[in-house]
Design a protein around this ligand. Structure first.
Ligand code: ADA
Length: 570
């Protein structure tokens, strides 16, 4: 089942499956490739990435994907990719219809009508790390960047005027008052009827619909309004009908806000405890099967989490649907990893970050699980070049969504010049791991003081008037490496470190939340940097890459669930 929004089933086709494929390797100008001449003798699963397949594992270059689909002759259609990368160009019936350069973002493209019903869809995908084509990615990222179709693909036939998206803003959670904005693909004549249905209730015609070009907006009261909470994540369904067209979306009546240094969910203080999570699997890369998404949710819930940071890119909408259903709260951020001063002054980079951040917000707007927006993980925020872009992005987020707090994960707690900008201060830190190399074999006693120093610094900077989140903290452990010395890389050392961190976060009222680094191990660098990453993986997961628990998973589970466990300690 594809993610919300959904459409009339009889007009919708899921294009997931085995597509024809060819790997071409190095191609000088992929934008000029004559796709019609490319034979596609291989097969690639969609969703799927070619460089996670044994045949092309670790290869960089250009791949061509091809499939055929039936569309009623004379009708146009929307083709919706929920995420793909790195750079792609789409052809329909041999004609180019667009390019996509925002890895992990959704992409919606119009198929023009044709007299033929059998349509050919071809995608040229380039997974080379090339600033010119894909300004957002760099080879030094600490996670592997794959090429392919990361998420489901959907085709929706359009019959007359149709709704592209609907955004729902909760005005009054208790009364169930909401504001709805619906955008059609094209201008709609004023007065054209629109009907609304909540849940399984009656269809209500909206009288005198005042279309403003292609948009309309109005307020309504949700019948049988029921709150969305992490414990009882009730979802309401809104069905909009415009002529023959139908768009079905879900929303939750909840209120999440900042109150001084506290976070309030439905007016109750809430402390966030959870993990940073990559969409990653050794066999599927970022193209996770639905079954894996469901298992990830189950494992997070079992470890007592109420929070997940979608590090470091827009999330799979199927995952966000599951978070909505399970009451998990999400920090969603656009793609970025340690951008440098040269990025902050490059127009192409700045434009693409802003474009992706805005697209993410539009796409995830209705998910009650998403409670904060972020961008640019660990930028060089101590440099003056960073300020204009950080200001620009904070303003862009607030323009797109005035209801959710904005944040960004900084690893510059002592010299970040932008910390007054966000609503929530999020700091990444690695005491006991990267820092204090001189501190002896097990610098565990350094961890709590290091967190204290950061908290003191927030007070000095005057940003302790807002919530503070430890957005990353952790240690590497090789699955199965148990060691009586409890040395670095042992499951024991990681468990000891995370026990201290969890206890500190739970007990200290100045800390509004934590997203531990990280949920599970994931493939990373394939260059010289891998020397710091045993196996070529980032091993700071409390689960390994196949989701097998390390000792730390038990420790975190007990801490987050407020249970005590007995683990051997010398
Ligand atoms: C960084 C970064 C993560 C990961 C982590 C680590 O802070 O944000 O993506 O690379 O450190 O494991 O070192």
């Amino acid at each position: 089942m594809h993610a919300f929004p959904r459409y009339r089933p009889d007009l919708t086709r899921c294009l997931d499956g085995a597509w024809e494929f060819a790997f071409l390797g190095e191609v000088d100008e992929p934008e000029t490739l004559d796709v019609s001449k490319i034979a596609t003798p291989d097969r690639l699963a969609v969703p799927g990435v070619f460089d996670a397949c044994p045949a092309w594992a670790g290869r960089r270059g250009v791949g061509v994907l091809r499939t055929f689909v039936e569309v009623t002759a004379g009708r146009s259609a929307q083709l919706r990719f929920d995420g793909l990368g790195l750079w792609c160009k789409l052809y329909v019936d041999g004609r180019p219809v667009g390019t996509h350069d925002l890895p992990y973002s959704g992409w919606s493209v119009m198929l023009p009508p044709s007299t033929e019903s059998r349509r050919t869809i071809e995608l040229v995908i380039d997974n080379r790390l090339d600033k010119k084509r894909t300004p957002l990615v760099e080879p030094y990222f600490d996670f592997y960047l794959y090429g392919g179709v990361y998420r489901p693909v959907l085709l929706r036939e359009l019959v007359g005027p149709s709704i592209e998206q609907a955004r729902i803003t909760v005005l009054d959670r208790v009364a169930g008052r909401i504001h709805i904005v619906a955008d059609a693909f094209e201008a709609v004549p004023s007065g054209t009827a629109l009907s609304v249905r909540f849940d399984d209730g009656p269809v209500m015609e909206i009288a005198d619909v005042n279309w403003n070009g292609r948009s309309v907006d109005f307020e309504m009261d949700v019948p049988n309004a029921t709150a969305w909470t992490p414990d009882a994540p009730h979802l309401h369904v809104l069905t909009l009908r415009l002529g023959e067209d139908e768009l079905v979306t879900r929303f939750g009546l909840r209120d999440f806000r900042v109150d001084g240094p506290r976070l309030l969910l439905n007016d109750q203080p809430i402390k966030l405890h959870g993990f940073c999570r990559h969409e990653s699997h050794p066999q599927f890369g970022p193209a996770l099967p639905h079954a894996q998404l469901i298992q990830d949710i189950q494992l997070l819930a079992d470890m007592g989490c109420n929070f997940v940071r979608g590090s470091h890119y827009p999330q799979d909408p199927r995952f966000l649907d599951l978070c909505d259903e399970h009451g998990l709260l999400v920090f969603e951020e656009s793609l970025g990893w340690q951008p440098q001063p040269e990025h902050f002054v490059a127009d192409a980079f700045c434009d693409r970050v802003e474009a992706q951040t805005r697209r993410m917000i539009r796409s995830s707007y209705n998910h009650p699980s998403v409670v904060m927006w972020g961008f640019l993980n660990e930028g060089r925020t101590e440099t003056p070049e960073s300020a204009p872009l950080y200001e620009r992005l904070v303003a862009a987020v607030r323009r797109e969504d005035s209801t959710r707090p904005v944040t960004f994960a900084s690893n510059h707690p002592f010299d970040d010049i932008n910390l007054a900008l966000p609503d929530i201060v999020s700091i990444n830190m690695y005491p006991g791991w990267y820092s204090n190399p001189e501190a002896g074999p097990r610098p565990l006693e350094k961890i709590v003081p290091a967190i204290e120093r950061v908290l003191d610094r927030m007070a000095e900077l005057g940003v302790d008037d807002r919530p503070f989140i430890v957005s990353e903290i952790g240690a590497g452990a090789i699955y199965g490496w148990r060691d009586a010395h409890r040395a670095h890389w042992s499951e024991e050392y990681q468990a000891d470190l995370l026990r201290l961190v969890c206890n500190k976060v739970i007990q200290d009222d100045r800390i509004a939340g934590v997203s531990l680094w990280q949920y599970c191990d994931g493939r990373t660098y394939d260059d010289g940097m891998a020397i710091k990453r045993p196996r070529g993986f980032n091993n700071k997961g409390v689960l390994d890459e196949y989701r097998r628990p390390k000792l730390a998973a038990e420790v975190v589970r007990a801490a987050f669930r407020g249970e005590s466990i007995r683990i051997f300690e010398p």
